[in-house]
Design a protein around this ligand. Structure first.
Ligand SMILES: Nc1ncnc2c1ncn2[C@@H]1O[C@H](COP(=O)(O)OP(=O)(O)OP(=O)(O)O)[C@@H](O)[C@H]1O
Ligand SMILES: [Mg+2]
Length: 263
């Protein structure tokens, strides 16, 4: 049985799909069989991120309805052996799917593949609940600002209520210089306050959006710090040892930039 990671967030736009696609590609490049399931019903995006938009014939809605087989719906991503995509339905709403059916589908995928990455929609609505029917390990993505952190806390509380496996947290778009100046909170301190194990810290980089413009994943963005942050995250999720970068707030810099008004 393969591992199942559900990449989710309270607040939208924090980088879930970016990290989900990067993780799926990373595991495939390691020689594992990996599938990226686009769980954002109605707002498909993973096909564009993997440059596989022209290969999508069926989606996960077709599999659940029995309109095609799982094998027919799995898109073999060109150039990355071992990586498959299961696209989100474009014309369905989250309420058209059932958590039980989705749970069965995700479990089937995990029986066939080494790693299943679920790219969840933002928030704590029906779209997310549809993905929680299988025993996925929840990975909450947040940015290091109060709005995103509050929403991550709310999502974490909801998962704990449902006795899901304990969520872990990843901070994306972290700016080391701002953390050192005390303008941006330190990911380690935030994870501690949220009482969630910190699995990854991914830096902010213009290269990430530029990769998206080229329909390339974050692993091909060319920024070594971002690529190595994805590798560290991928290893830690598998329980392997990989150190997180130390971004320590400096009291001297904090004094000069006091008040956070000069990011
Ligand atoms: N580390 C980063 N540095 C710079 N830009 C980033 C980084 N991570 C993600 N982005 C950019 O942020 C934007 C949102 O990313 P993405 O679509 O992955 O977020 P999301 O959480 O999946 O959004 P949604 O909630 O709508 O599904 C994209 O333009 C992406 O290129
Ligand atoms: Mg997304």
């Amino acid at each position: 049985m393969g591992k199942i990671f559900a990449i989710m967030s309270g607040k939208g736009g924090v980088g879930k799909s970016t990290l989900a696609a990067g993780l799926a590609e990373y595991y495939a490049r390691l020689g594992k069989t990996a599938v990226l399931l686009d769980g954002d019903t109605g707002l498909r995006c993973a096909d564009l991120m993997l440059n596989a938009q022209d290969q999508v014939l069926y989606d996960l809605g077709d599999v659940v309805k029995g309109a095609c087989s799982l094998d027919q719906a799995l898109v073999r991503v060109n150039g990355i052996g071992g990586l498959c995509l299961l696209a989100a339905p474009q014309l369905m709403k989250p309420s058209d799917l059932k958590a039980k059916e989705m749970g069965r589908l995700i479990t089937r995928l995990a029986e066939e593949k080494d790693v299943v990455i679920l790219d969840a929609p933002a928030g704590i609505g029906r779209g997310l609940k549809n993905l929680l029917g299988a025993a996925a390990e929840p990975v909450i993505v947040a940015t290091a600002d109060d709005v995103s952190v509050r929403d991550a806390e709310k999502l974490g509380a909801m998962l704990k209520e449902k006795e899901e496996p304990r969520p872990v947290i990843v901070f994306n778009r972290v700016e080391p210089a701002l953390v050192r100046r005390g303008v941006m909170a330190s990911p380690k301190a935030l994870a501690l306050a949220l009482d969630m194990p910190l699995m990854g810290i991914v830096p902010e980089s213009k290269a990430v959006y530029r990769a998206l413009l080229r329909h390339q994943t974050v692993l091909n963005c060319g920024d070594e710090q971002v690529i190595s942050a994805i590798a560290v995250l991928a290893k830690r999720l598998l329980g392997q040892e990989a150190a997180l970068p130390e971004y320590i707030p400096s009291p001297i810099l904090r004094f000069f930039y006091r008040g956070g008004d000069r990011p």
